[in-house]
Ligand binder design. Sequence first.
Ligand code: GLU
Length: 319
Amino acid sequence: MCGIVGIVGGQKASSVMVDALKRLEYRGYDSAGVATLIDGAIHRRRAEGKLCNLVDKLKSDPLVGGLGIGHTRWATHGAPTECNAHPHEAGGVAVVHNGIIENFLSLREELQANGHKFETETDTEVVAHMASHLIKAGKTPREAVQEVLSKLEGAFALAMIFEGHEDLIIAARRGSPLAIGLGDGQSYLGSDAFALAPMTNKVIYLEDGDWVELNAQKVTVYDGQNKVVNRDVTITTASASLVDKGNHRHFMAKEIFEQPEVIAHTFGAYVDPINLSVSMSELPFDLKTVPKITIVACGTAFYSGLVAKYWFEQIARVP
Ligand code: GLU
């Protein structure tokens, strides 16, 4: 799991992206990076470790540019080093990726046989090489990405920028989350709507298999069959204050103090305070007919699962 962001049509892409990455840090934090276009050329800053290391690097070596992509990584392929940190770049294409490209080894061998030199141990780098290979062969970025996507196996959210294309990000999702934000003369992408909260509350949640062209003034969504499709624009309630630490020392303290409000909010939909009754009629099934419940989770969700197991067994008598 990791976080990706992108912005087109802005002024200071790297500072907007770092701010958005802060809200995605819960998704991964072993390294981070950003890439922007300056006079049509791709420039990157990447740093090993927590996001604050990237922030320090950007202070001493700022990155201008109004279009960019960014990433906070949780490594699956290759050590958490600066070299393996995203964005990855090859032949005028830069890419950030959340997920796993399962067939990267065979794709890499094919590209190496065609003379491509790889710099990282990641599964992601093949995407940049494949796209640049196709663009050099005369395809447009859109055609190249379409062909790349048809060859990838696995789960991913991807975002790419292209040398010489100051008004274009192409992004795609298959199995990993991706939200598109619509601004005023700006378009954004992020692994979740919270990342985009300070920029816009107009969000398109892509469906699985969708890919999208982001320009400053418009967003075009394609489905898995490469047909232009309309996806609903949702007005989100994700507010930036929900995802910063507020006055608390750290996120865990904030979450502990938020528990009463969050529980009230969660249960609120089922409680009728006037008639003092509880209704769970919105559930798509009748709980009474469920013979057994299996809970799958890890991390803090695992602990929540243990509590739920206890309640289901003790109170509802469901194993
Ligand atoms: N598989 C990619 C890598 O290891 C992306 C991992 C992630 O989702 O952070 O770099």
